[in-house]
Design a protein around this ligand. Structure first.
Ligand code: CA
Length: 224
């Protein structure tokens, strides 16, 4: 899961960043309006955390632009204490949720998880696809009720495939999802191939059907 954190207060930004990384999210940060606008317009995120008052502009403009560009990212507004107008404006522009400063990091995490579930899996805390069962909050996967131990990347890959099931996903989209903003600078996607190979092997060891097929020259297809 890839998150864009837009926050200009260095201490708050660093503490959120550190916490979310420990929770296995891939996080990119932006510390002012310009940087936030550029990143939000150039890359796909699962979730964008937007502080409203930023040097150089308003976080509300970022929300507006995400919505105009038909972004599917979940948006959480981080507003200053007691700033009801910011909250309302953010929600009216299409943000999904908001948090007022100060907040507990665990609460932020719970909001992000709930949001991603709502977006990708209609709010399910347990995702079942035939013989595969995923507990996204616990990052655990079962095949035919046997637990399969996946690496963080393999887990993200599986969840990405499930969220995009019956759709062809390009190698570029997978690379960007797994590694963040530098994917477009990689001219070699061998690392995706090896993660997919390992994921398939682990699933099939538990007698899971092979749902992942290669679409030559394009990417992969998780077909149910
Ligand atoms: Ca601020």
């Amino acid at each position: 899961m890839k998150i864009l954190l837009i926050e200009d207060e260095p201490e708050l930004r660093d503490s959120i960043l550190k916490y979310l990384k420990e929770e296995n999210y891939r996080v990119e940060t932006a510390e002012d309006f310009q940087m936030a606008f550029q990143k939000a317009g150039s890359y796909d995120y699962d979730c964008v955390l937007v502080d409203v008052s930023l040097p150089g502009g308003s976080g509300l403009e970022i929300i507006k632009s995400l919505k105009e560009n038909k972004s599917t990212a979940g948006i959480i507004v981080i507003s200053a204490k007691n700033s009801l107008p910011d909250k309302i404006a953010g929600l009216e522009l299409g943000a999904d949720d908001y948090l007022s400063k100060p907040f507990h990091l665990a609460e932020l995490n719970a909001r992000i998880r709930a949001l991603i579930r709502r977006k990708n899996f209609s709010g399910e805390s347990k995702i079942s696809v035939n013989e595969i069962m995923v507990l996204p909050d616990e990052r655990r996967v079962f095949v035919n009720t046997q637990e399969v131990m996946l690496t963080a990347k393999e887990f993200d890959l599986l969840l990405y495939f499930i969220a995009n099931k019956n759709r062809v996903v390009s190698k570029n989209a997978i690379a960007e999802h797994l590694s963040g903003e530098f994917a477009d600078h990689l001219d070699n996607h061998d690392f995706i191939y090896s993660h997919i190979k390992n994921l398939r092997k682990k699933l099939m060891e538990q007698r899971c059907k092979d749902y992942i097929s290669t679409v030559y020259g394009i990417g992969y297809h998780f077909k149910i």
